[in-house]
Write a new protein. Sequence first.
Length: 145
Amino acid sequence: MQQADHYLGQLEQQLLDYRHSQRKGGQAQSTALMQMLDKRAALSGGAVDRELQPVLQGEARVTFHSPDLANLVHNPTPGTRMFSVSDGRQTQLSAVMLSEDDSAGQYQTRLTNALRRVGVQVHQQADGISFSTTAKNSGLTSSAP
């Protein structure tokens, strides 16, 4: 937490310097600010998320919406589905075979478990469905053979 606080303090100072330099027409502070934002994970020890909020426990998570994935969760469609998630260095794979004999509950459980194996959690709320994964995961792909 101390590392996150230190990073956010330094970032605040960089933003103030940037604002001050912009009033004078300077560009040097822009580069320093961008470098600090780009190195957020390393400089904060992973304790500050993409929205610049401190992460008190575990890893920073990103919530996202995917209409195609939400449709797959809500509308049982038999077949084999393959998911992959990449963190830039390695790719995790998960596959699931969904049968037309599966009940709606079985279908959702099997699909949710397949997504969980690649680090994606499903969140169902009254206003729709969202997904989350760790901030280090850069891409989720889904395919149906």
